[in-house]
Design a protein around this ligand. Structure first.
Ligand code: PLP
Length: 392
């Protein structure tokens, strides 16, 4: 019998991809499944970005680049951090990776020793705890609920930090809850973090540009510049520019840590795809109208979906501040059906309504479902009608 590593046996495959696969299986079997599980914008990558990549191929820009990214892309990232967040970085503080996912993976492997704790507020992006486990760290999850808009309080953060805490992960706007911390909420969290100088902070700003809440975008270091030395600012082009398949993410942070992450990457993938780096450079340096256009569409769908979900029996949904996710509670509907497990309930909805949603337990918050509205209004209306029929 083939013996696998303890490491791989501790982790689970990405549950969001699992739902997508299950929906694909049913579709292949002839069922008309509406998939609202995927975490990617439905728009095509904007034309000027695609053209930059085509030109790169035609110009023969198809060889290895520097491990940490081309000088042109790193400069575009430095300019972006300055433009959008007023943050200053040197080239040795920037690392370009194969998606935000690899950025976090590099971070976990470069920072954590066995037993080191990483504080992760729930609901969380599914990959954080498993990547921490791969690095033999220990995820310490802070639970939240709908009543607190899925946000942690300074008291909760204070309680979660121990002598073993190495990293705190913040993700705002959040996948899957769609909520964003306000400037004053972040300041209150920063007060706690200032008392624990041994703790680093990862702010995952992947949805920075998909935000409509009043007050605009803030992260822990824009509200508290004293934390600059120990904050890793993580971002990427996947969501903002509808470039999920191109696999480009990037970070800005302390040179020593970023250098260590680069060393990890140099022994795994080396550089991200040369062509995709040219496309990402065009995205960051180019006209940003495409971002605003997508935001407008997401907001419109959000307003429809949240109102429609709240009409469903046993379903309750708060307004998101951004992203393209709603994270409604299905607790009432589950109780009415006599089903305790949200995984079982998602399976029931897949079979009976033929709508694929991701159960909240995948994100550490059972009883909810993540619904992605990165799809057309027509599909969304159809999905809501089916859910209504199944729940009534
Ligand atoms: N961070 C968050 C919060 C995400 O939702 C995602 C994608 O789902 C990522 C990071 C990683 O994005 P990618 O690896 O596609 O750049």
């Amino acid at each position: 019998d083939l013996q696998l590593s303890d490491r791989v046996q501790q982790i689970k495959p990405s549950p969001t991809l699992a739902v997508t696969n299950r929906a694909a299986e049913l579709r292949a079997a002839g069922k008309d499944i509406i998939g609202l599980g995927a975490g990617e914008p439905d728009f095509d990558t904007p034309e000027h970005i695609k053209q930059a990549a085509i030109d790169a191929i035609n110009n023969g820009f198809t060889k290895y680049t520097a491990v940490d990214g081309t000088p042109a892309l790193k400069q575009a990232i430095i300019d972006k951090f300055k433009r959008d967040q007023g943050l200053d970085y040197q080239a040795n503080q920037i690392l370009v990776s194969c998606g935000g996912k690899q950025s976090f993976f590099n971070l976990a492997l470069a920072l954590l020793n066995p037993g080191d704790e990483v504080v992760i507020p729930a609901p969380y992006w599914v990959s954080y705890p498993d990547m921490v486990k791969i690095a033999e760290g220990v995820p310490v999850v802070i639970e939240t609920d709908q009543a607190s808009r899925f946000k942690i309080t300074p008291e909760q953060l204070q309680q979660a930090i121990t002598a073993k805490t190495r990293l705190v992960v913040l993700n705002s706007p959040s996948n899957p809850s769609g909520v964003a911390y306000t400037e004053s909420e972040l300041k209150a969290l920063a007060e706690v973090l200032l008392q624990h100088p041994q703790v680093l902070i990862a702010t995952d700003d992947m949805y920075e540009h998909i935000l409509w809440a009043e007050g605009g975008f803030h992260n822990i270091v824009t509200v508290c510049p004293e934390l600059y030395e120990r904050t890793l600012v993580m971002n990427g082009v996947s969501k903002a520019y509808s470039m999920t398949g191109w696999r480009i993410g990037y970070v800005g942070g302390p040179a020593k840590l970023v250098g260590a992450m680069k060393k990890i990457q140099s022994q795994s993938t080396s550089n991200p795809t040369s062509i995709a780096q040219v496309a990402a450079t065009a995205a960051l340096n180019g006209d940003q109208t495409c971002v605003a256009d997508m935001l407008k569409a997401f907001k419109q769908r959000h307003d429809y979906v949240v109102a429609a979900l709240n009409e469903l029996p046993g379903v309750e949904c708060i307004n998101s501040d951004g992203t393209f996710y709603a994270f409604p509670s299905f607790k009432g509907a589950m109780q009415a059906a006599g089903i305790d497990s949200d995984v079982d309930f998602a399976e029931k909805l897949l079979n009976e309504a033929e709508v694929a949603l991701v159960p909240g337990s995948a994100f550490g918050t059972p009883g909810h479902m993540r619904l992605s509205y990165a799809t057309s209004m027509e599909v969304l209306e159809n999905a809501i009608a089916r859910l209504k029929a199944a729940l009534s």
